[in-house]
Design a protein around this ligand. Structure first.
Ligand SMILES: O=P(O)(O)OC[C@H]1O[C@](O)(COP(=O)(O)O)[C@@H](O)[C@@H]1O
Length: 413
């Protein structure tokens, strides 16, 4: 067992160390030797809206995903994420394109790590440090959220475009480069407590501009202040869902869209050019084992909608994966509300980026009283109640007034 842990850790460390030099060369993904029987040839005969994969004919939205309404899709009818942000599509600043290239590549690495047969038990935080034993010259294996953090940090360093990274996994922001034009806030692997059961997980990121007016401050101070920017200043935000498909969902402030990882080519392919959250859903998503710790307003709201006695006269259903990115992604697709009413989720690198994405899809992100993006962060790891979802459901929920859970005993699971 220990040998397995060690070899796993070594291969992860190897992956990280090689990634440093590879990043500069814009590596291909997946590595050539692991490439599946290529679909590239299929694409030569590609007819939009229908793909054939391994002999199965698959009706697909792919091919509707023009890089923009004013430009044509890629030569093969697909629009990749890099084409979308580059000259063919959104045409964002070159610096941002380079940064996004590195972030999406890091997420592909995390996707393959999460799906790896070698990550067994690495998701646990405790008891791992002793695996190598004292005196060993080999690295101890690290939980997946720590490895994911290192992958993201390494990718940001290699991009040359980031001044500071603030992550859930680090007590303080990490200053990377004085002249990096961007600030990145991230939860590298949210939901990792689910990893041993292969339940979906996700990476969350938000991108701000570096505040040049702070350049002359001491490093710790400017690192913190750059990281505590208001969510209204986000330039871009995204999440990557690691599930039956790997989905990159993102916004640059003009709508929300999603790309699906094509494992045979390594591209994130545009599959949802414009996500609009339904104004109403019929689903609420919450850990309702906490019902007796909820305030009266939240109990009444849930009791009302589950009986079909709310403004929308249908009985609501419950769905709760306990993985924020997955619960939000479902909510974006089907509508409804995803919530965690206690002070648990983090404003800077969870609530803000996700609220930006939801708002750009036509929904709302709130702490139960206030718009999330209007809150000024005061601490890096500041926690708050979080409610994300369809506009009409959110309005109805907030009208109950008392929905923030104050009792927070620190649950064991
Ligand atoms: O225990 P709760 O209150 O249901 O919280 C579950 C939430 O916590 C998270 O696991 C995040 O918690 P961590 O930041 O501690 O990993 C989310 O993915 C999930 O939505």
């Amino acid at each position: 067992m220990i040998t397995t842990f060690l070899s796993t850790a070594q291969s992860f460390s190897y992956m990280l160390s090689t990634s440093t030099s590879l990043f500069h060369q814009f590596p291909t993904f997946p590595p050539k030797s692991q490439t599946l029987p290529s679909r590239t040839r299929l694409l030569q005969f590609y007819t939009p809206r229908m793909a054939s994969i391994s002999g199965f004919r698959v009706w697909s939205q792919i091919g509707q995903g023009d890089c923009s309404s004013s430009s044509s899709p890629g030569d093969n009818g697909f629009c990749s994420f890099m084409e979308y942000v580059g000259k063919r599509g959104l045409n964002v600043e070159d610096d941002l394109v380079i940064l996004l290239y590195h972030i999406q590549y890091a997420c592909k690495q995390i996707a393959s790590l999460v799906a790896s047969p070698f990550n067994y038990s690495l998701g646990k935080r405790s008891g791992l440090g002793s695996a190598a034993g004292s005196g060993s010259d080999r690295d101890s294996p690290k939980p997946l959220d720590i490895v994911s953090n290192e992958i993201i940090l390494s990718s940001l360093q290699n991009s040359g475009k980031v001044a500071v990274m603030a992550s859930e996994e680090n007590d303080d922001p990490i200053w990377i480069s004085d002249d990096g034009p961007y600030v990145v806030v991230t939860d590298p692997l949210d939901g990792s407590r689910n990893i041993d059961a292969s339940i979906p997980t996700g990476t969350i990121f938000g991108i701000y501009k570096r505040l040049e007016e702070l350049d002359n401050l001491p490093i710790e101070e400017k690192a913190m202040l750059n990281s505590l920017q208001s969510g209204t200043k986000l330039v871009a935000a995204g999440y990557v869902l690691y599930s039956s498909a790997t989905i990159l969902c993102t916004t640059f402030g003009s709508g929300t869209l999603a790309f699906t990882l094509d494992h045979s080519t390594g591209d994130f392919v545009l599959t949802k050019p414009s996500i609009k959250i339904p104004p109403r859903g019929q689903i609420y998503s919450v850990n309702d084992a906490r019902y007796f710790d909820w305030p009266e307003g939240l109990r009444r709201y849930i009791d009302t909608v589950r009986q079909g006695k709310g403004k929308y006269p249908k009985k609501y259903s419950a769905r709760y994966i306990c993985s924020l990115v997955a619960d939000l992604h479902r909510t974006l697709m089907y509508g409804g509300v995803a919530m965690n009413p206690r002070d648990h989720l983090r404003l800077v690198y969870e609530a803000n980026p996700l609220s930006f994405i939801v708002e750009q899809a036509g929904g709302r992100g709130s702490d139960g009283k206030n718009r999330i993006l209007s809150l000024q962060p005061v601490k890096l790891h500041q926690r708050l109640p979080l409610f994300l979802g369809s506009l009409e459901d959110m309005e109805e929920l907030e009208s109950y007034g008392n929905v923030q859970q104050k009792v927070n005993p620190g649950y064991e699971v």
